[in-house]
Design a protein. Structure first.
Length: 112
């Protein structure tokens, strides 16, 4: 999540500060900065609180982003869809990993 947060935040800042037409035509700007902040907060919740809810929200947001990109940006490259799909798959794998971590934490509490 932190990679996505950083990319969105930095590209949004660059698009806004330097008025780069190419990035602005891709829809990057203030909204992208806000999305970066949201992804950062979700990543922080996932990392510090082991929040499966934050992870599921992240998957949903990225999935909606991918679907909207397909519908409204037909000229986008297939590479961007593959990258988003890769992140979605990795986030789904994170659900299983968080479940294992939570089970291990429960076992530690039971032992003590």
């Amino acid at each position: 999540m932190f990679v996505l947060a950083g990319l969105n935040f930095v590209l949004g800042i660059i698009a806004e500060l330097f008025s780069i037409e190419f990035l602005q035509n891709l829809g990057m700007g203030i909204g992208t900065i806000l999305v970066g902040i949201v992804y950062a907060v979700l990543g922080l919740l996932i990392k510090t609180k082991n929040s499966i809810i934050a992870l599921i929200i992240s998957i949903l947001l990225l999935s909606v982003d991918m679907i909207l990109s397909i519908v409204f940006m037909s000229s986008s490259s297939n590479t961007s869809y593959l990258v988003k799909l890769f992140f979605i798959i990795m986030l789904f794998r994170g659900i299983e990993a968080l479940n294992k971590i939570m089970k291990l934490n429960v076992k530690r509490v039971d032992i003590n």
